[in-house]
Each structure stands twice: as structure tokens, then as C-alpha cells.
Design a protein around this ligand. Structure first.
Ligand SMILES: Nc1ncnc2c1ncn2[C@@H]1O[C@H](COP(=O)(O)OP(=O)(O)OP(=O)(O)O)[C@@H](O)[C@H]1O
Ligand SMILES: [Ca+2]
Length: 894
């Protein structure tokens, strides 16, 4: 059989039974999806329910417990055995439920950040999930796209594809849809093919899907680059470490408890069970799992605030962000462009009319003018419409831009001069082009007969660049030499526009007798004739201003890095409160003259980088990182990928960002809005502080219990808690408040304090002290209650234990409220402001009442129905840890 690359386009199209212009029909797509399966590389390895259960039970400590149950059964304590098994089961199911919740949250995130493709179906181009592609689909490719399936190219224009993910070759290769090969060629040389997961770095093209899913070249490679690997974040590593230390300590204590018990001649089985339950209870082996759950819940909360985090790790890093570097256009501004000024033929023309509706007038000093009256105005408007890749669409709520808003504004401008983009493009179709890229900052298109019997190239782009590449200027109906005096004049107008925060573009053209053979920047974007400038407003986003103020409070620096002109950028930065004086702004090219060392000093003061190219971005991030900053950086183009990778948090735009940028980024903004980065940082901080809260709570619970049991044994008192009571306490009641602490709203000053040092351990000195104090308080309170029980009910050890058990649980439920903030008292944050905690503690408390008052539970848990007198005593002790916790906050400096 012939390979795809050795077939002609016609062969391919007929073999796959598809049409280049109209694509497949939706029906056909459905049929083929049935036949070929979805275009997905990820294995759907959903764990079965059974394997989840097995996973829960394969935990070492749980196995010990099961062993203990079997021993109990063997020595005739079958009731205990059954209860232990039941508690272990409840615990396992809770674990599975929580795991499921986290998994679901993560799955939803994966879906949101999974790629789309532009595909022609039923005659229209639409954006569809890449997973829905089938052989025969016609896919449209633009710079920045990730190839969604294996394609045989059928159209290509300057198409370059980077195939590193497949061939390891990082230099982009040129593609050409017109060749086909008779002989066998290697993967890297198949110019007429585009392979799944490689990236378009330049140009555009079209291809027919020839392979999907596992039936692709990348699918054949067994070691797939899984974008969602199981990762362990530094925090989880720390907690694992902590867990180990605690685990070993606990085991030593348990052995000691058991040993001392034997010396004191206590019953062997009872001591054995207590020691084991204590170990199971006190070893925080579930901690990393809860962290994952809380991170996942937090990620979901971020999605609601328009930020999709792709990695758990990023949630942690976000919270310690110290610098946010942001694009200007669209992120800090609204990206709703309107041309308000035109400069051509030596005159400044005002343009009226707002939005994208092509209705408005041209005025000079207040007097309406006709397009024909001004030298090359007509040509300028034609370039606006011809050197343009966007489209305007009239919808029920006004005109909308499909494509780049800058270009949309230019279509509107042309429309105001009665030039319709569609018709002029029909009249003078594009025969060649040099597409836009943010390194060159310009684009050129070639058209026939705009000047009769000639080919003209129209160029538009950044003024400083275009002006330097022009040698002539069209003025007063003549073509003049574009000398330094004239250039200065034009640059002055550019500066006037820019200072008004206008985004300025320049226009130029060049004529040829015939279409040149080899088209390139060096030969075709030089020696041009200058036509004019346009200035467009792009209003700042109002929310961005608030977000920047918030960053200031939070000790986070904000930096604007833009491709736009320095004065424009500074004007907007000033409006947003990011910069005060023009010395804080710098041109990208100035970076070329300084060393990395010097740059490290420079980045400390500069707030605005203008005319920046993607390599500059990389240098800026590197310098910031070298200074110890935790840097978030936005980017949307193909060339931004390196900078995004280098940043601690790469941020990509969900709407305007390219696939390549989204793929590299850790954070995707669904609304392209700067304010959403700040929300994500805020959530990151909240999540981190919540993790601290429940670590604090759980650890002090555990240590408090150990303290209670250990001290009682040392004091030669009877064992204060039975094995099943300990298990119930830890595996059932404590987990609800702990999880509820994971969804706290965050301290009121969460965004008024400087970022956390990323190297700071989770257990700071303050926290260790707090844990110690709380565990002592819990232990002592329960011990006191136990002693009260022992003296009041000298006849019944079960009753004394019930008192200890109940007071311990009550104390922990109460002090969960105190754990809601490490610094602020409940009077400041409000007692019942975390409703999850209210329900969680209430639920735990009702379970406790069940154990105490339901008759058949009593013999199982060795409890009895408490009376008023008992409760009065219990409450007296149970409030101690809460009160101590609250008072200790008064000594913490805010
Ligand atoms: N479609 C276009 N055609 C021609 N020139 C363009 C086009 N879009 C932008 N430019 C020019 O290229 C420059 C760089 O564009 P780029 O997209 O890199 O950054 P930007 O959009 O100006 O700002 P930011 O980096 O903040 O998004 C622009 O300032 C403008 O002068
Ligand atoms: Ca941009």
C-alpha cells in the first residue's frame, strides 16, 4: 500500500471520500467517529470501583487493623472485631468518595484545557474539540496551532512546523503541500505531511486528516508525553516527610505504651488493641491525600474566577507569586479598538463613530472632509482592508470582529470611507503574503492590478519599523524622498498619537512589474513608499486598575511587557497606576545593549517594557528569577512559549492565545483578563493557608490524643479510650471538620500581606508552637474530664471512658472553629461564617449523639446515655482548648 505522503492530493481526497471546500457532513463525521473512535491519546484508565477498594485496603496500617480485628475475633471478642471492620469500611468509603470528588474536579479541568481544532464541516469553518476529528476532516492551520491529528497537507503558505515532539528536531521545517514522494522518505522529510502534537510556528495551511488517536505517528510511540502526570508538589513532599517523622515517633510511643502497660500488668489484648488503634489514629497518613482534595477543590474555585490551573503544583506556586508580568493589549486593555486619528498627506484627520460599526465621518479641524480630497487617503483605506486577515460580522447585538481586533478596527475605518473589505478583496485578491509575526511587527500582502498592470505589496505594522524601511513618502500628490526631516515629522506625529495612549500602525506600499520569485522580508519589506499612520484607542480595563491596586497591597510587583510603542504603553501604564514616570519605561532594543548582570539591576525599577520581542521576554523572566522573584508571565503567541516555560507561572490567554502558548502555560485565563491572574493568586494564597489550617488541626488532634493515652498510662490510670473509640474518633469524626477547614474563605488580610517565602516550611515556628499548645490543651482538657469521670463514677470504668471520649470529641469540634484562622479571633472573622464547617461539626456531633444514645450502639462502643450533670462537666472542659486557642492569637503579631 502506498504511504499517505506518496499520494497526490486528488488521490487522498477521493480515497478518504471528502471535499476540500466543504469538508465532511456532520452525519458522516458521526459515522466515522463510530468506526475510528475518538481522536484521543490518553488511555481512559478509569480505575474500577473494585480496584479503588483494594487500593484503600492495601494501606499498611489498615492491614494491621484488619489483623487486629482477626485476632479479636480469634480470642472471642467478635463484637469488637465487627466494629473495627465496620469503621475501616466507613473510612474506606469516605476515602473513595473524596478521591472521586478530586478526580472529577481534575477531569473537568482537563476537559477545559484540552485542545480544539479549526475544521471545515458542512461547508463552514468551525472550532471543534480535537478529539472529535475523523479521517477525511479538513483542518485549517494557523501559526500557533498544535496539529490535532496526522494530516496530509493540501494547502500551504509559508508553512513552518516544529516537530520536536516527534523527531526531536527543534528547528521548524518548511512544509509544502504540492510535493509528493515516489520513494520512501523518513518522518522528518515528509514535507507534505503534518503530524499530531507538532506545532505550526509560521504561516498557514490546510490538511486532510489521515490518522487519528492511536493511529497516528505519535500514537505509535509508546512513551506518550502525558500532560497530566501524577505529580507530587513540594508541599505534598514536605507533608510526606512530616508524616514519616510523625509515624516513626508514634510507633515508638505506641511500643512504649504497650511496654509500660505490660510492666503494669495490664491485660495484653487490651494494650495491644490500644497501641494499634493509637498508631492508626495518630499517623497522619491521609494528609497528602487531603491536600490533593483541597488543591482540586481550590482549582475548581479558580475556574469560577476565570483561571484554569493545569497543574496542582501551580496552585501552590501561585500563592507565593511576587511579580506579575503582563501583556498590554487585551489583558490590561479591553482589546476593543477604534481608529480615532489618521495621518496622511501631511494632515491629521479625526475619525468619528465608536465601536466596530462602519459608520462615521472624517474631519480636519472640525470640518468634515471627503476621502478623495486627501492625497493617498484612499490607498491607506484600501491597505486597511487588503492587508487584513480579520472579518467583521453583523450580529443582532452589533458588529463583531472575527480575528484580531486591531485589524477589525481597520476594516471599520475602511468602511467609514465606503470601502467594503469583501468586495475590494474580490477585486484585488491576495496573491502572496508575508504573514504577521511579533518579531518583525509587520505584515505584507501582494495584489495584482491595484495599479494597472502592476503587482503591489501593501505593508502595515509598527511605525518605527516601517518608517525605517521606507525610502519614499507619498505627499501632495507626489512621491518625495523620505529624508530625515520628513521622517522626523512623521515620528513627531507618531509620538503625539502615542502620548494619547493610542496604538499606532504605519502603512506603506511597494510596486513591482511582476510578482517576485522569492519573497522575503529582506527584499520585499524594504525600500517602500510611506503612506500614513492610524491611531486607535484601546481603553484600559477598569477591573485591571483595581487588580493592580490590590497587587500593591499584596506586595506583588506588576510589570507591563508589550509589543506596543513606548509612549502608548506608558500612557496606559500610568492610567492604570502601574508606573509614574517615563524613566520606568524602557524599549526592548535597549535590552540588547546590556548584559544579563546589568539586567538584574534594571528589572528592579522598570515597570514598562515596550517594543519587546519574545527573546526579550525570556531575558526579563530570567533576570527576575535570578533576583529570587517568583514570576508569573503572560504570553499568547508561538514565540512566547519559551518565556512561558521559563516563568514560574506561565499564563496564557484562553480566548486569543495560541495552542502552543496554552500547552506550555500553567495557568489559562478564560477571559484574557489581568484581574483573573490576581484572583488566581488570591485563591492560591487562600488554598495554601487552608492547607496549613487543617494540618494544624489534624496534627494537634492526633498529638492531643497520644498525650491523653500516654499520660494516663504513666499515671497508672486505666486506659482512657478503647480501641474502637480511638478509631471512631479519628477515622470518622475528625475528618469532617478537617475537610471543612480546607474550604475556608481566607483571612481578611490575605491580600494585604507580602507573598509567602516559597522556601518557608509548612510548619513554621509559630505553627509548631501553636500545635504544641493546642495538643496540650486538648490532652489536658480530656484528662481532666476523665479524672472527673473516674471520681464521679468510681464503679464504672465504661462511664468514665464515655466522659473522656465525649469531652475529647466535643473539644475538638469546638476548637475546629478556632483553627479557622491562625491570627484572627472568631470575633473578627465571625463564628458561623464557614457554613461547611457548621454542617461538618454538626454532623460529627449528631454521629456522637448516636453513639451515646442509640441503645444498640451503647454496648458496641461501651458508652452510656449522658445526663445533664455529665454534659455540664464535659462542656466545662471542652471549651478549654477553644478558649486557649483564641487567647493565644492575641499574642501573635498581625
Ligand atoms: N495585525 C497586525 N498587522 C500589522 N502589525 C501589527 C498587527 N498587530 C500588531 N502589529 C504591530 O506589531 C506590534 C507588536 O504586536 P504584538 O502582538 O507583539 O504586541 P501588542 O499586541 O502590541 O501588545 P501586547 O504584547 O501587549 O499584546 C504592535 O504594537 C503593532 O505595532
Ligand atoms: Ca499581543
Amino acid at each position: 500500500m502506498k504511504e499517505w505522503y506518496s499520494k497526490s492530493k486528488e488521490e487522498i481526497l477521493s480515497e478518504l471520500n471528502t471535499n476540500l471546500n466543504s469538508g465532511l457532513t456532520k452525519n458522516e463525521v458521526d459515522l466515522r467517529l463510530e468506526k475510528y473512535g475518538s481522536n484521543d491519546l490518553r488511555e481512559e484508565d478509569k480505575k474500577s470501583f473494585f480496584s479503588k477498594i483494594v487500593a484503600q485496603f492495601s494501606d499498611f496500617l489498615i492491614l494491621i487493623l484488619i489483623g487486629a480485628a482477626i485476632i479479636s475475633f480469634a480470642v472471642g471478642e467478635s463484637k469488637d472485631a465487627i466494629v473495627i471492620i465496620a469503621i475501616v469500611m466507613v473510612n474506606a468509603f469516605l476515602g473513595i468518595y473524596q478521591e472521586g470528588r478530586a478526580e472529577k474536579a481534575l477531569d473537568a479541568l482537563k476537559k477545559m484545557s484540552s485542545p480544539n481544532a479549526k475544521v471545515i464541516r458542512d461547508g463552514t469553518t468551525e472550532v471543534a474539540p480535537a478529539s472529535s476529528l475523523v479521517p477525511g476532516d479538513i483542518v485549517v492551520l494557523d501559526a500557533g496551532d498544535i496539529i490535532p491529528a496526522d494530516l496530509r497537507l493540501v494547502e500551504s503558505s509559508n508553512l513552518k512546523i516544529e516537530e520536536a515532539s516527534l523527531t526531536g528536531e527543534s528547528v521548524p521545517v518548511e512544509k509544502d503541500s504540492n510535493v509528493f514522494f515516489e520513494e520512501e522518505v523518513s518522518l522528518g522529510d515528509r514535507k507534505n505531511m503534518a503530524y499530531m502534537s507538532t506545532a505550526v510556528t509560521y504561516g498557514r495551511g490546510k490538511g486532510v486528516v489521515v490518522g487519528t488517536g492511536h493511529d497516528t505517528e505519535i500514537g505509535n510511540i509508546a512513551t506518550m508525553i502525558q500532560s497530566f502526570e501524577d505529580e507530587v508538589t513540594p508541599l505534598q513532599k514536605q507533608l510526606n516527610q512530616l508524616g514519616k517523622v510523625l509515624g516513626i515517633t508514634t510507633i515508638i510511643i505506641c511500643i512504649a505504651v504497650f511496654g509500660i502497660g505490660l510492666i503494669q500488668n495490664r491485660e495484653v489484648l487490651e494494650m495491644f488493641m490500644v497501641a494499634i488503634s493509637l498508631a492508626v489514629a495518630a499517623i497522619p497518613e491521609g494528609l497528602p491525600a487531603i491536600v490533593t482534595i483541597v488543591l482540586a477543590i481550590g482549582m475548581n474555585r479558580m475556574v469560577k474566577r476565570n483561571a484554569i490551573v493545569k497543574k496542582l503544583l501551580a496552585v501552590e506556586t501561585l500563592g507565593s507569586t511576587t511579580v506579575i508580568c503582563s501583556d498590554k493589549t487585551g489583558t490590561l486593555t479591553q482589546n476593543e479598538m477604534t481608529v480615532v486619528k489618521v495621518f496622511t498627506d501631511g494632515k491629521i484627520i479625526d475619525v468619528t463613530g465608536g465601536g466596530y460599526e462602519p459608520v462615521g465621518e472624517f474631519k480636519i479641524e472640525g470640518n468634515t472632509i471627503n476621502v478623495e480630497d486627501i492625497g493617498d487617503f484612499q490607498t491607506l483605506l484600501s491597505i486597511s482592508a487588503l492587508a487584513n486577515d480579520a472579518n467583521l460580522e453583523k450580529t443582532s447585538d452589533g458588529y463583531k470582529v472575527i480575528g484580531d481586533p486591531t485589524e477589525g478596527a481597520l476594516i471599520t475605518l475602511a468602511g467609514k470611507g465606503n470601502i467594503n473589505k469583501q468586495s475590494i478583496n474580490k477585486e484585488f485578491p491576495r496573491i502572496e503574503e508575508i504573514p504577521f509575526d511579533s518579531d518583525r511587527k509587520m505584515m505584507t500582502t501582494f495584489h495584482k492590478d491595484y495599479i494597472p498592470n502592476k503587482v503591489v505589496s501593501f505593508t502595515k505594522g509598527a511605525p518605527d519599523i516601517i518608517i525605517n524601511r521606507c525610502t519614499r513618502i507619498s505627499m501632495d500628490g507626489k512621491i518625495l524622498d523620505f529624508d530625515d526631516t520628513l521622517k522626523k515629522e512623521v515620528l513627531k506625529v507618531n509620538s503625539i498619537f502615542s502620548k494619547k495612549a493610542l496604538r499606532v500602525l504605519a502603512f506603506a506600499y511597494k510596486e513591482y512589474n511582476n510578482l517576485p520569485n522569492n519573497i522575503s522580508t529582506d527584499s520585499n519589506e524594504v525600500d517602500m513608499t510611506f503612506i500614513g499612520l492610524v491611531g486607535m484607542i484601546d481603553p484600559a480595563r477598569p477591573e485591571a486598575k483595581d487588580a493592580i491596586a490590590k497587587c500593591k497591597e499584596a506586595g506583588i510587583k506588576t510589570i507591563m511587557i508589550t509589543g506596543d510603542y513606548k509612549e502608548t504603553a506608558f500612557a496606559i501604564a500610568k492610567e492604570l497606576g502601574m508606573a509614574e514616570s517615563i524613566d520606568q519605561a524602557m524599549m526592548g532594543e535597549e535590552l540588547n545593549k546590556i548584559s544579563d548582570e546589568e539586567l538584574r539591576e534594571v528589572v528592579k525599577n522598570i515597570k514598562v517594557y515596550a517594543r519587546v520581542s519574545p527573546e526579550h521576554k525570556v531575558r526579563i523572566v530570567s533576570a527576575l528569577k535570578a533576583n529570587g522573584e517568583i514570576t508569573a508571565m503572560t504570553g499568547d503567541g508561538v514565540n512566547d512559549a519559551l518565556a512561558l516555560k521559563r516563568a514560574d507561572i506561565g499564563v496564557s490567554m484562553g480566548i486569543t492565545g495560541t495552542d502552543v502558548a496554552k500547552n506550555t502555560a500553567e495557568l489559562i485565563l478564560t477571559d484574557d483578563n489581568f484581574a483573573s491572574i490576581v484572583s488566581a493568586v488570591e485563591e492560591g494564597r487562600i488554598i495554601y493557608s487552608n492547607i496549613k489550617k487543617f494540618v494544624f488541626f489534624l496534627l494537634s488532634c492526633n498529638i492531643g490524643e497520644i498525650f491523653l493515652v500516654f499520660t494516663s498510662i504513666l499515671l497508672n490510670l486505666p486506659v482512657p479510650l478503647l480501641a474502637i473509640q480511638l478509631l471512631w474518633l479519628n477515622l470518622v469524626t475528625d475528618s469532617f471538620p478537617a475537610l471543612a477547614l480546607g474550604v475556608e474563605k481566607g483571612d481578611p488580610d490575605i491580600m494585604d500581606t507580602p507573598p509567602r517565602n516559597p522556601n518557608e516550611p509548612i510548619l513554621t515556628k509559630n505553627m509548631l508552637l501553636g500545635i504544641l499548645l493546642q495538643s496540650l490543651a486538648v490532652g489536658v482538657a480530656a484528662l481532666l474530664a476523665y479524672r472527673w469521670g473516674l471520681t464521679t463514677y468510681a464503679d464504672s470504668i465504661d462511664k468514665a471512658r464515655t466522659i473522656a471520649f465525649t469531652s475529647l470529641i466535643t473539644a475538638e469540634l469546638l476548637r475546629a472553629y478556632s483553627s479557622r484562622s491562625q491570627k484572627y479571633t472568631l470575633f473578627k472573622i465571625g463564628f458561623f461564617t464557614n457554613s461547611t464547617l457548621v454542617y461538618g461539626t454538626l454532623f460529627s456531633f449528631i454521629l456522637l449523639l448516636g453513639v451515646l444514645y442509640i441503645p444498640f450502639m451503647q454496648p458496641i462502643f461501651h458508652t452510656f446515655a449522658l445526663g445533664i450533670k455529665d454534659w455540664a462537666a464535659i462542656l466545662e472542659y471542652a471549651f478549654i482548648p477553644l478558649i486557649i486557642g483564641e487567647i493565644s492569637k492575641l499574642f501573635i503579631k498581625k
